[in-house]
Design a protein around this ligand. Structure first.
Ligand code: AGP
Length: 616
């Protein structure tokens, strides 16, 4: 997720761009840049810097860039490390145009090959520069709008672009597909940005673009067209009522709720950039790593907190897909237990921040013992990402809420893909069949829409939370793939509501926790139909009913039997057992959020917690 802005009008463009980017830094901040056309000569100037926006501001200090039109970008790297040469804006090889981009171009490598074969030079590893050179190639015709629409029509994926050209300094060109883009209407000036927060210092009149639309934005006129028909689209402006802080949350009351609702897009991004023609591809894993992966004999997931729960799910996923012994460990234990690890072991570090001290120490311990280390990380260029032998980024975008939500779903999705990928390369070994792999892939691609359906339970969950938020303790039970989600649901509730909550494997009930059950005890039971232990879970639910426990069940749509048993029921779409934690996590996150709001907690920054625990 990146932040993009554009301006055309009478003001000095660069300060407007920088101010806009300040409001978009929550979308990504590993590098930033601006491009503008000189007010008189129309020369194209591009200034970009690695690191946060402050670095770009320092670079611009003292430079006189007199311009009335420009574009800006703050990056959350997807293709290409967060280095300066990969920062946006990118220009074409002839420096005729500049572009900023938010999203992923899926067919960039084949277009890049085509352009390289035509002798077009490249300066970066980004997919964005491919778009710049493709537009530049067609622009030799001399007509910018034609060149822009022809190039965009060839690109596959989901993206938002803003383009300027030195020979046509009277217009910004923009295009939108899947990723957000909103136009701000001023008097004798116009703006465009990834979201309204960048517009509010200047205007509250906004026009939201829709998918597969492009626009020609002049200082006194905005024209929107359908890419398919090339015909103009009429779109009424709306008045934005949000204040700046609400706008950064896209109107949600908390970052946590916004991030819960970003999950369909996050999972879609991960799947689209990793599944190609029925095969799973991890661009970041080179041949040397793949060769080592083919010879590993044991796997360890090592992580903390929510990421540890992802490791526990990964333990089940990997053992199902590739019959290798797998172990999930807490980083703070692994680092001190002199783990039995050698060069035949794969140690997978899971971490949203890439800076967690215990996980970093575990990584260094594993490397000392010659294990192959793979980091599954969200923050590009973080310490753990840089020190591991290999890295797979989750591309969930910045997660601001301290309670991890979208990063968890991103981790589960990446681990599911990696499990199937490992089966793909471990052909000679035992594991799931090709048919099962195919079925899992087809069920994976249905997940984004299924997550959207699961999110429609918000109101039902709110009503349940209203009845239960004053309870002192909560019990979470699950089996198999959903045992780790029992721990995750309990952690979510603990860390943002400060209520006591315990997660257990449901089979453990009779070994103690059942003593807790009475008519005041809420018990959340995770019971998807696809689970191999569905019937066993039903028996546990009967045991709770027999003791008058307050039953909240998370089940599969149209499960009438479970619905009859539960006092409160949250239903999610049906999917493979292996993928079910990705869906059952949604009501767990939403329930914790709703209870926290009812208890008037500081949802995004709960007491005593930090987003990244960089100390022991
Ligand atoms: C999860 O909601 C917590 N914020 C916390 O447990 C977190 O998952 C843990 O600190 C690990 O952080 P990391 O993923 O950045 O390594």
């Amino acid at each position: 997720m990146c932040g993009i802005v554009g301006y055309i009008g009478e003001r000095d463009a660069v300060p407007v761009l920088i101010k806009g980017l300040e409001h978009l830094e929550y979308r990504g901040y590993d590098s930033a840049g601006v491009a503008c056309l000189h007010r008189d000569s129309c020369d194209l100037t591009v200034v970009k810097e690695k690191g946060k926006l402050i670095k770009l501001r320092e670079r611009l200090r003292g430079r006189i860039l007199s311009s009335h039109i420009g574009i800006g970008h703050t990056r959350w790297a997807t293709h290409g490390e967060p280095e300066k040469h990969n920062a946006h804006p990118h220009s074409d090889s002839a420096n005729q145009i500049a572009i900023v981009h938010n999203g992923i171009i899926e067919n960039y490598s084949q277009i890049k090959t085509e352009l390289l074969n035509q002798g077009v030079p490249f300066r970066s590893q980004t997919d964005t520069e491919v778009a710049a050179n493709l537009i530049g190639k067609y622009y030799q015709s001399g007509h910018l709008v034609e060149a822009f629409t022809k190039a965009v029509a060839r690109l596959e994926g989901f993206f938002a672009f803003v383009v300027i050209a030195k020979d046509e300094p009277d217009k910004l060109l923009v295009f939108k597909r899947s990723n957000p883009l909103v136009i701000g209407l001023g008097k004798g000036e116009n703006f465009v940005a990834s979201d309204v927060s960048a517009l509010l210092p200047y205007t509250r009149q906004a026009v939201f673009m829709e998918d597969d639309e492009y626009a020609i934005i002049r200082k006194d006129r905005v024209e929107i067209y359908s890419l398919k028909t090339r015909r103009p689209v009429k779109r009424r402006p709306i008045t934005i009522e949000w204040d700046i802080s609400q706008a950064a949350k896209s109107g949600y009351p908390h970052f946590m709720l916004k991030e819960i609702y970003e999950q369909p897009e996050v999972v879609r991004n991960i799947l689209k950039s990793r599944i190609h023609r029925g095969k799973i591809v991890f661009d970041s894993l080179d041949k040397k790593v793949e060769r080592r992966l083919k010879n590993i004999e044991r796997v360890h997931f090592v992580s903390c907190g929510t990421a540890y729960h992802a490791g526990l799910v990964g333990n089940y996923m990997l053992e199902e897909c590739v019959r290798l012994p797998v172990n999930a460990a807490v980083s703070s234990e692994f680092r001190y237990e002199d783990p039995i690890v050698d060069d035949k072991d794969l140690v997978i570090l899971i971490t949203q921040s890439g800076e967690t001290a215990d996980t970093l120490a575990a990584l260094r311990e594993a490397k000392k013992k010659k294990a192959l280390t793979l980091a599954i990380v969200n923050v590009v260029g973080s310490t753990i990402a840089r020190e591991a032998d290999a890295v797979i980024y989750t591309h969930a975008g910045p997660e601001i809420g301290v309670a991890s939500t979208k990063a968890y779903l991103a981790q589960l999705t990446v681990i599911a893909l990696f499990s199937i990928y490992l089966r793909q390369i471990h052909r000679g070994r035992k594991g799931i069949s090709a048919g099962k792999m195919k079925s899992l892939l087809s069920q994976l691609v249905r997940l984004p829409a299924q997550i959207e359906r699961a999110l429609k339970q918000e109101e039902i969950i709110t009503n349940c939370a209203k009845h239960l938020f004053r309870k002192q303790t909560f019990l979470y039970l699950g089996r198999g793939y959903n045992f780790p989600n029992a721990l995750e649901g309990a952690l979510k509730l603990k860390e943002i509501t400060y209520s006591h909550a315990h997660g257990y494997p449901a089979g453990e009930m009779k070994h103690g926790p059942i003593a807790l059950i009475d008519k005041n005890q809420p018990v959340i039971c995770i019971c998807p139909k696809a689970s191999a232990t569905y019937d066993k879970m039903l028996s546990n639910i009967e045991e709770i009913r027999a003791r008058k426990g307050i039953l909240i069940c998370i089940g599969t749509e149209r499960d009438k039997h479970l619905t009859k048993l539960a006092k409160y029921i949250f239903l999610v779409p049906d999917t493979a057992a292996m993928l079910s934690p990705i869906l059952t996590a949604i009501p767990l996150q939403m329930f914790a959020y709703k209870v926290a709001v009812l208890k008037k907690r500081d949802v995004d920054q709960p007491r005593n917690l930090a987003k990244s625990v960089t100390v022991e």
